[in-house]
Design a protein around this ligand. Structure first.
Ligand SMILES: [Zn+2]
Length: 254
């Protein structure tokens, strides 16, 4: 949601009357439990019927309702809360290889107020050693993103370690993808730790942004040393199997 402000909206002026309107509880319930709002991240206008047909098939909900709200934003109405939660839990989604940024629509918020600048992704962190997988370190790595919800790390079953850490984060969709970080080590030379994104749609190999390809890129990258950093290796080749297993960051260890 966008930042709420106590200042009056500057489109209005003192001459307008102030009204108290009562909310419709039934509509609120339907929106809260059965609806999501999505924005297709593309410069090209998304076609409502195409979006509806693709998502009905992808989500396996033949009764999905899809309403065009304009500017590539769509309202999706599900038959049940379970359907809605399943779609939310399996983000990110894409339509014709363009990211669909999904948001919950709180009943008291107008859809124009929704913030589509972030989307949730599952990211694999490669090149870490098992001794570095601690809650404190996971928090530090998660702080590189807009938000980190948790990881698949569980202190009790470190033996399940399969070579990389899985974290679920929110990323800013208009920023270049984060490719990793340099790990500073006392006894060894610095090591590059790499991120791989699960289910990532089309992204630009030139500027590293989601939503367009290299040929469509309008960003002038001549001043940045980013050439060659954004390549297919940012795409995870397999997905986190235990997708439902997410351990929150606050585990008490510091
Ligand atoms: Zn680009």
């Amino acid at each position: 949601m966008s930042q709420q402000s106590s200042e009056p909206n500057n489109r209005f002026n003192d001459s307008l009357e102030l009204l108290d309107l009562n909310e419709d509880g039934e509509v609120n319930f339907t929106i809260k439990n059965h609806a999501l709002v999505g924005k297709v991240l593309s410069e090209v206008a998304a076609k409502h019927l195409t979006i509806n047909a693709i998502l009905r098939k992808a989500w396996k909900f033949p009764d999905l309702e899809c309403h065009d709200l304009g500017k590539n934003i769509f309202l999706f109405v599900f038959q049940s809360l379970e359907e809605r939660l399943r779609v939310l839990g399996n983000r990110p989604w894409a339509v014709q290889d363009r990211l669909l940024v999904l948001k919950e629509w709180l009943p008291e918020v107008a859809f124009e107020e929704l913030d589509f600048t972030t989307e949730d992704f599952r990211i694999q962190v490669h090149n870490l050693t098992i001794t570095l997988i601690t809650p404190k370190n996971i928090k530090k790595i998660g702080s590189l993103f807009s938000r980190c919800y948790g990881s698949n790390f569980n202190k009790k079953d470190k033996v399940k370690w399969d070579g990389h850490l899985n974290i679920r984060v929110a990323i800013r969709v208009e920023d270049p993808l984060k490719i990793g970080f340099i790990l500073n080590r006392k006894s060894y030379k610095p090591l590059e730790v790499c991120f791989k994104y699960e289910q990532i749609p089309k992204f630009c190999y030139k500027c590293g942004r989601i939503g367009h390809g290299e040929k469509e890129c309008w960003h002038d990258m001549s001043f940045f040393k980013l050439s060659g950093r954004f390549r297919p290796w940012l795409r995870a080749t397999h997905t986190w199997k235990e997708r439902r297993t997410l351990n929150p960051l606050n585990t008490g260890e510091h």
